[in-house]
Structure formats: C-alpha cells, structure tokens
Design a protein around this ligand. Structure first.
Ligand code: ZN
Length: 131
C-alpha cells in the first residue's frame, strides 16, 4: 500500500490527484491490474470526473452544497453533518484499470480527492494489484 498526503485549503475542495496516483502505479512496476484508491476519512471522499475544464469541479461542489445544505435539524454535535453526508454520496473508493503500466482513464477523466470539511491534512491509500 502507498499513502499520499493531501493538504486541503478550503472547506469544500476537489483536489486532482491523478498525477500522484499515476506515479504510484508506475513505481509499483505492475503492468496489468487494478488500482484501488481509498480514502480513510468520514468527511472526505474520492471521485472520477472531468479534469479538463475547472468549472466542472466548481459546479459539482456548488450543487453538492445545494443538495446537502447545513441544517439546524442535524443532531451530530460536531456540526459537520453536511460533510459526512457529502462523503457518503461521493463514496470512499474508486478502482481504476492498469494497462501497460499506467492508469486507464478517459481523455477527460481525472481522479479527485473530495474535501468536505477542510482545510485539513488528509491521507489517500492506494493499493495496486496485478492480474
Ligand atoms: Zn462529524
């Protein structure tokens, strides 16, 4: 397992980690297999989406904020239930195919660490398996 450290700077933020994940894959020496990207946090997640036009990540965060507003009805005393719910909606893991030693991603796809309760120092676990 490889662990990346991600330092976020906003409460809600999508951080493109495609290059770091690709580097971990290349350094593993595994040519064909799968790469699991797992987030060990309850108020952050991971997703694959467009990394070409930055307005896409802005729109994703804007609409997640509308879907899950901060509510007085939340009972969780920490005051960050919106972040917990967003993390559950986005999910804690993605799996990507590895072929010829590199990630198989679509032209416009990137892997994003999703921060919902930053700024914080976060971890991303990567497990690379061969076929
Ligand atoms: Zn909490």
């Amino acid at each position: 397992m490889v662990t990346l450290n991600v330092r976020t700077s906003e409460r809600n933020q999508l951080v493109d980690i495609t290059d770091q994940v690709g580097k971990a894959v290349r350094e593993s020496g595994i040519s064909n297999g799968t790469c699991l990207v797992y987030i060990p946090h309850t108020t952050a997640g991971v997703t694959i989406n467009e990394n070409a036009d930055p307005t896409v990540k802005r729109d994703i965060l804007m609409m997640l904020g509308k879907l899950v507003p901060v509510s007085r009805e939340f009972r969780h005393a920490e005051g960050n239930s919106d972040a917990h719910i967003k993390a559950t909606l986005v999910g804690s893991a993605v799996r990507v195919i590895i072929e010829s030693g590199d990630l198989v991603l679509g032209t416009w796809q990137g892997i994003f660490f999703c921060e919902f309760d930053g700024p914080r120092s976060r971890r991303v676990h990567i497990q690379i398996s061969s076929n």
